[in-house]
Each structure stands twice: as structure tokens, then as C-alpha cells.
Design a protein around this ligand. Structure first.
Ligand SMILES: *Cc1c(COP(=O)(O)O)cnc(C)c1O
Length: 419
């Protein structure tokens, strides 16, 4: 296992054994537990190699060909490649590959299209929206007037009528769609029509599902949206980072908002990693992966329903399922803890109209990007659902330890990052 990291790791081990030990034990944690967090994945070794490279040393404020520092001719090549690959993969008119994260990409989007105090309409947080969509503890909620729309109580799908009524009533500068815990597809054509009707910028925060778009497994928001922001480390399977696609007419506003508006020097090693991941996404192998992620999510949601839980929105059309677990008699918080004790890593999550507080919740969110990268299929999803149900059903430590041995046996059959 320790040979995974290569020769530089031997030097690290000598110089800083404490940190070297963390790298090793985290590798082991990822290899031996079940990783069901919907926003996590395992990048390729090629992406990891780009991130841990000489490019980390280079300051490159500005854009390729127009930098504020000398010596950028090599890193420029990496950024040009990342931009060209992003535009070609998504059919986008403009790409900015510099945002350090999904959150910072969103700061740039607000800055490009709005001024503090402006009204923005976004999906309500308890119904799946993200912190940067108007949470009172986030810059978005502090500096903007963020109004929200949600899902219908009867089918737990986005209420487009409510969205339209709200848009007409509050006249937002910008309408945001995209969420962190919405298992269904979003009707981008409908949202475009509403944006046109009220004269709003159409912003899609595609952080969660952009990898499925890249793999041509679900419809793309790019033809409809003025701007699409996302992370590169979720289903997309790239390095930790953010990216923005936009129509050509918004290119200058987006670029100015990212730099100098929001950040200084770009992380060139991450940009090289983004280029590597985007090339991987354009392969038939990745397209099959994206489809398999959805097949597995559907299988996992169905199997959890057979175990007595309820899939919110009637199931999933994406990489994640939101399960209402009230029938098990425990809260999301307790389920999360019990599964964790059994080596199953997932997260508690509010369900729409949740009677419990956000720190407790009535649900859990499970996703299949990581297990699908490992090569697991629907048969393993069934087994995982049974392991989850058994872990949730008890607070007995010995039972959790037993389930953990079964988890280790399962993950051992689908090894990642072997030396
Ligand atoms: C993950 C996510 C983000 C934030 O990404 P970070 O890289 O964690 O800042 C933003 N929006 C949505 C919808 C997300 O799912």
C-alpha cells in the first residue's frame, strides 16, 4: 500500500513522518470503507500526478498570454488546453478554469451579474439548495436579497409554477438552478423561458451533476444558460476545484469577476489536473462510467426501498438518492453515526418539509460516483443497501464491527490506488 505514493513519498516520510502517516491512513480509509458521499469520487492517478507537480510553484496572475508575471509560457499551455477541452467537451462558448472551488466560482458569478442588495431567485436550502444560494451565514445571504423556490409537497419535484410566480413577483436579476440534494433532472428549457419572461440571467450551478453531463448521460444546461458554474471534483472525477462556462457575450464579465475580482494567482497544478480530467471525460470509458453511476444510484435507491426506506422524489435520475428514513425509527444523524461505525460513509440530509432540524434530519443522502469508479455494479448496490439497513437497525457496537468486516471484504474485491 505504501508504494502507491512513489519516490517523493519516501522523502516526505523521512522529513515529516507525522504527515506521511496521515496520507497513508487516509489512503487506507478510502480503500477499505464504503464511500457513499454523493459529492466524492476517486480521481485518476494522472490527475493526482498533475496536482502534485512543479506547476504548484508558479505564480500566473492574469490569463494565458496576458500574465502579470514572467515565466508563464509553460503554464499557459496547460491553461489553454484546459480551456479548449472544456469548451469542446461541453460545447461552450467561453470557459474560465481558474476558480479555486465551486464556492468561489459562485462568488464570481454573483459579482459578474449582480450588485450587493440585488434580488436573486434560487432553490431553497432545506429543499436541496447550496450554502452559496442564499444561506444567511454565507456571503450570498448576507450581501444579496435571495428569494427561494422549492419542491412540491406531493411529488417532491421542483414546482415550476411557483418558480414562475415568484420570478414575476420579485423580478430577480438572476435565477439559479442546481442543488446539492435533488435526485431528479431539472427542466432547463422551462427555466430559460421563465428567465426570458422576467429578463433574468439564467445561472445553473451544476456542481453535482456536471460529470453526468460530461459523460452524456443526462441533458446539458449549457445550450440554455447564460452561465454554468461547477466543481471539478464530484462526479466529474477531476481535481478539487471550480470552473465557469458562459455565453461569449458574458466572457469578459466572468473573467474580470474571477481575476482580479475574486482571487489572485490561479492554482496552476489544479488547472493542469482539470485539463487531464476533461480529456478523460471525453472518452467512451467515461461515458459508460457516467451511465453506470445512474444505473447504480437507481439500484441503490430501489434496494433501500426494499429495506423499508422511502426514496424522495419517487427515486433518482442522477447519481444520488435522498432517502426518507423515518420508517426505521431513527434520525438521519443517528443513521449517519451508525453507518460510520460500520465503515459506511454517507451523510445525514434534510428531506423536503423535514420536521427535524438540519443538524438532526429525517434523511440520508447516498451517492454512487465513488463505488462506480471502483467497478461496483447493481449486485453490490443491493448488498450495500442490506449493510446500511442492518447498520441503521442497531446501536450494538459488536454488530457494527461485524458489518465492518463485511464492508472490508466487499471493498477488497474492488481495490483502488493499488501500488
Ligand atoms: C459542492 C457544491 C458547491 C461548492 O463547491 P466547493 O468546491 O465545496 O466550494 C456549490 N454548489 C453546489 C450546488 C454544490 O453541490
Amino acid at each position: 500500500m505504501s508504494t502507491f505514493y512513489g519516490p517523493d513519498f519516501q522523502a516526505l516520510t523521512k522529513q515529516d513522518p507525522e504527515i506521511a502517516a496521515v496520507l497513508l491512513s487516509e489512503l487506507k480509509r478510502q480503500q477499505t470503507n464504503l464511500q457513499l458521499i454523493a459529492s466524492e469520487n476517486f480521481t485518476s492517478r494522472a490527475v493526482l500526478a498533475a496536482m502534485g507537480s512543479s506547476l504548484s510553484n508558479k505564480y500566473a496572475e492574469g490569463y494565458p498570454g496576458k500574465r502579470y508575471y514572467g515565466g508563464c509560457e509553460e503554464v499557459d499551455k496547460a491553461e489553454f488546453l484546459a480551456i479548449e477541452r472544456a469548451k469542446s467537451l461541453f460545447g461552450a462558448e467561453h470557459a474560465n478554469v481558474q476558480p479555486h472551488s465551486g464556492g468561489s466560482a459562485n462568488v464570481a458569478v454573483y459579482q459578474a451579474f449582480t450588485k450587493p442588495g440585488d434580488t436573486v431567485l434560487a432553490m431553497s436550502l432545506p429543499h436541496g439548495g447550496h450554502l452559496t444560494h442564499g444561506s444567511p451565514v454565507n456571503f450570498s445571504g448576507k450581501w444579496f436579497n435571495v428569494e427561494s423556490y422549492g419542491v412540491r409537497a406531493d411529488n417532491e419535484l421542483i414546482d415550476y409554477d411557483e418558480l414562475r410566480d415568484k420570478a414575476i413577483a420579485v423580478k430577480p436579476k438572476m435565477i439559479c438552478s442546481g442543488a446539492t440534494a435533488y435526485p431528479s433532472l431539472i427542466d432547463f428549457e422551462k427555466i430559460r423561458t421563465i428567465c426570458d419572461e422576467v429578463g433574468a440571467i439564467m445561472w445553473v450551478d451544476a456542481a453535482h451533476f456536471i460529470g453526468l453531463v460530461a459523460g452524456k448521460a443526462i441533458p446539458s444546461p449549457v445550450p440554455y444558460a447564460d452561465v454554468v458554474s461547477f466543481t471539478t471534483h464530484k462526479v466529474l472525477r477531476g481535481p478539487r476545484g471550480g470552473m465557469i462556462l458562459a455565453k461569449a457575450e458574458h466572457a469578459a464579465a466572468i473573467d474580470k469577476a474571477v481575476f482580479p475580482g475574486m482571487q489572485g494567482g490561479p492554482i496552476m497544478s489544479a488547472i493542469a489536473g482539470k485539463a487531464v480530467a476533461l480529456a478523460e471525460c471525453a472518452t467512451p470509458g467515461y461515458q459508460k462510467y457516467a451511465k453506470d453511476v445512474i444505473v447504480n444510484a437507481k439500484a441503490l435507491a430501489a434496494a433501500l426501498e426494499s429495506e423499508g426506506m422511502r426514496a424522495v422524489s419517487g427515486g433518482t435520475q442522477t447519481h444520488l438518492a435522498l432517502m426518507d428514513i423515518r420508517s426505521t425509527g431513527v434520525t438521519g444523524k443517528v443513521a449517519d453515526e451508525r453507518c460510520g461505525a460500520a465503515g459506511i460513509v454517507m451523510n445525514k440530509n434534510s428531506i423536503p418539509y423535514d420536521p427535524e432540524k438540519p443538524a438532526v434530519t429525517s434523511g440520508v443522502r447516498v451517492g454512487t460516483p465513488a463505488t462506480t469508479t471502483q467497478g461496483m455494479g447493481p449486485a453490490e448496490m443491493k448488498q450495500i443497501a442490506s449493510l446500511i439497513a442492518r447498520a441503521i437497525a442497531t446501536d450494538d457496537g459488536a454488530t457494527h464491527a461485524l458489518i465492518k468486516t463485511e464492508v472490508h471484504a466487499l471493498t477488497a474485491r474492488f481495490p483502488i490506488y493499488q501500488a
